[in-house]
Design a protein around this ligand. Structure first.
Ligand code: GLU
Length: 278
C-alpha cells in the first residue's frame, strides 16, 4: 500500500523556514515511498484564517518545487464530517456542553486551590461536567454559547489502554488524560484542532503524520479519538523545530524568515533546502 503524507498549515500567517522544513520533510517521506503528498488547509478557525494566506501558502510551496494532489482539502468546507464525529461521540455519552468562559474557568481554578497543568495549560476543572441534561438544555434554549468537551475519564475507560508509534521516539503509551476534558468543538469554531485533524487524517488515508515536536503531546488525544471513532491508526514522525540563531523557535510573526521575504531577497528553493538541511 502506498504511503500518504501531508502538510497541514493553518492559514493564519505567512509560512517561514520552519514550515518549509516541515513541508519538505513530509513530501520527501512520500517521495521515498513513491507515495502521495497532500496539502490540507486547516482553516477551521474562521476568526484567524485569511484567504490571502491560503494563496500565499500555495505560492510558497510551489516555489519550493513541491507538488501536491488536488483538490486541496479545506477544513471549512467539510464541517459536516466533524459534526458526524461529534454526533457519534455524543451518542456514546462521551461529550458534554460547557458554558464556561475563560474567566469562569480561572475563578473555579483559583477557588479550588489546585490547578493541575496539562500540555495546553491548566486542566479544565470540570465545572459543567455535572450539569443535568435539563439544565444544559435550558441554557442552550436561552441562547448561551457553549463548547463541547470530551469526558476524559469516561472516554479513556471506554477505549482502554492505547499505544502509538513515533518513528523517532518509538512506541509511546497514550496519556490523553494529561489534557483533562479537552474541547472538541469551540464556542466560536465548529470543531477543535484535535477532532478535525483526527477525522481528516483518516478520511484522507494519511499513513504517516509528520509534524513538529511541539505537537507530540497532542497525539495522545488523537490516538484516543481514533480508538473511540474506529479510525485507522497511522504512524507519526514528530520532527525537530527550527530555531533562530539565538535559539528561539521560529514564529509566524518573525517576518525575516518568511519564505516570501527570502524569495524577495533573491534566495532560491535550493538555498532554502540547504538552509533547513533537506
Ligand atoms: N495546522 C497545524 C499547525 O499549523 C498543524 C497540524 C498538524 O500537522 O497536525 O500548526
Amino acid at each position: 500500500m502506498s504511503l500518504t503524507t501531508r502538510f497541514a498549515p493553518s492559514p493564519t500567517g505567512e509560512l517561514h523556514l520552519g514550515h518549509a522544513f516541515s513541508a519538505l520533510f513530509a513530501a520527501e517521506r512520500a517521495r521515498r515511498a513513491q507515495g502521495r503528498f497532500l496539502l490540507r488547509i486547516e482553516d477551521i478557525d474562521a476568526t484567524r484564517s485569511r484567504p490571502a494566506f491560503i494563496a500565499g501558502i500555495e505560492r510558497d510551496l510551489a516555489w519550493l518545487g513541491l507538488q501536491w494532489e488536488r483538490p486541496v482539502r479545506r477544513q471549512s468546507e467539510h464541517l459536516e464530517d466533524y459534526a458526524a464525529a461529534l454526533a457519534r461521540l455524543e451518542a456514546m455519552g462521551l461529550i458534554y456542553p460547557c458554558f464556561c468562559s475563560r474567566g469562569d474557568i480561572a475563578r473555579e481554578i483559583a477557588r479550588s486551590g489546585e490547578a493541575p497543568q496539562g500540555p495546553d495549560g491548566p486542566r479544565y476543572p470540570g465545572s459543567c461536567r455535572a450539569l443535568s441534561a435539563a439544565e444544559a438544555n435550558e441554557r442552550k434554549a436561552a441562547g448561551a454559547a457553549f463548547a463541547l468537551r470530551l469526558d476524559m475519564a469516561k472516554a479513556t475507560a471506554v477505549a482502554g489502554p492505547l499505544v502509538w508509534t513515533d518513528e523517532a521516539a518509538g512506541t509511546i503509551r497514550a496519556e490523553p488524560e494529561l489534557f483533562g476534558d479537552v474541547v472538541l468543538a469551540r464556542k466560536d469554531a465548529p470543531s477543535s484542532y484535535h477532532l478535525a485533524v483526527s477525522v481528516d487524517d483518516a478520511l484522507q488515508g494519511v499513513g504517516l503524520v509528520t509534524r513538529g515536536i511541539d505537537l507530540f503531546a497532542a497525539t495522545h488525544v488523537h490516538r484516543l479519538l481514533q480508538a473511540l471513532l474506529d479510525l485507522p491508526v497511522p504512524h507519526w514522525h514528530h520532527h525537530r523545530l527550527l530555531t533562530s540563531p539565538s535559539g528561539r523557535r521560529l514564529a509566524k510573526r518573525d517576518k525575516a524568515t518568511s519564505l516570501g521575504a527570502l524569495r524577495a531577497a533573491g534566495l532560491t528553493a535550493a538555498d532554502v533546502r540547504s538552509m533547513v538541511g533537506l
